[in-house]
Design a protein around this ligand. Sequence first.
Ligand code: ADP
Ligand code: ADP
Length: 228
Amino acid sequence: MSILRFDNVSKRYASGRTALSDVSFEVRAGEMLFITGHSGAGKSTLLKLIHLSERPSSGVVLYADRNLAKVRGPRVALHRREVGVVFQDHRLLTDRTVADNVALPLVLRGERRGETGKRVRSVLDRVGLGDRANALPGQLSAGEQQRVGIARAIVAEPRLLVADEPTGNLDPTLSAEIMGLFESLPGRGTSVMIASHDLSLVKRMKKRVLVLDHGRLADDISPEDLAA
Ligand code: ADP
Ligand code: ADP
């Protein structure tokens, strides 16, 4: 089953800058893949088209067979709740505890308090922060903060998780740790797409890699090809 499909997608910003040109690919349910390419290649733009921060200039984006062009108005918020997003700067609320930050997607969708508490504890355990629930983000290390960002993105059990340079601010050891965390997700039915310009890190993961070059899909490398 396909969770995401890009058909001949192009994106030209109002400035006249073409960020994506005629990009087509498909992501299967449960698949994990990387999007790589130089700065400015179009990685962020591609992810923005998935969580509807931007719209394509031409072409079609299908999410779970739903044409995202038809997702407008209040349905945009509903779509965003189905797609988990991890940012490089994690965008945590600094005046709320770790647990409150992670609970946010559940609170927004009106989940009951008991259920919310249970899920938050479980997901914090999974990312190894079970004992930091009541800390404020500022009291955590960079790697821990990113793990909170991931916990928040997965707490509502999204079918698709997109991450934009999630290890951009982390040293190699922490980066590998965070990637290991992402790697454990597809088994739970979540597809994962990670944008990263860190080619050596991407290669070590031995997953499918989409290579963007000046907005064009220059390569779509399978894990088998990567090994060869
Ligand atoms: P990457 O994530 O690979 O660094 P981006 O998707 O951020 O690439 O950017 C692709 C191209 O689009 C770049 O040339 C960038 O300057 C341009 N771009 C990105 N966002 C905007 C925007 N909001 N308005 C105009 N140009 C943009
Ligand atoms: P991020 O993806 O980190 O949230 P942005 O989306 O703001 O950052 O920017 C992504 C890239 O696009 C950056 O390289 C930025 O310089 C470029 N960019 C963003 N907005 C514009 C714009 N209005 N015009 C040109 N380039 C832009």
